[in-house]
Design a protein around this ligand. Structure first.
Ligand SMILES: [Zn+2]
Length: 97
């Protein structure tokens, strides 16, 4: 392969280091930020708050009673739709009684 065609010469020690005109290069000044360090990373825009659960944002709820969109069965004031799955549930309850 072409990658293996040339050899990278290894440094054997400090004496192989290149000398430059700057001397006494110091590490940057360390400043301790005030306050307790954060344990939880700040979420990026659009990143879900909980990665194990999917967001319901943009989800159009459908009523299981009247099968209309925009509300659910708890706030439903409409009539029972003939194809609603709640009809079968009620029938079962009646049969058990
Ligand atoms: Zn409804």
């Amino acid at each position: 392969m072409e990658v293996d065609s040339f050899l990278i010469a290894p440094f054997l020690g400090q004496h192989d280091w290149e000398t430059i005109m700057y001397t006494n290069i110091l590490p940057p000044i360390f400043r301790k930020p005030p306050g307790r360090p954060k344990k939880v990373r700040k979420k990026q825009h659009g990143e879900p708050m909980n990665s194990t659960k999917l967001s319901k944002k943009g989800y159009i709820m459908t009523c299981s009673k009247c099968l209309k969109e925009g509300h659910n069965v708890r706030s439903c004031k409409g009539l029972m739709h003939p194809r609603s799955k709640l009809i079968n549930k009620k029938k079962n309850v009646i049969l058990l009684l």
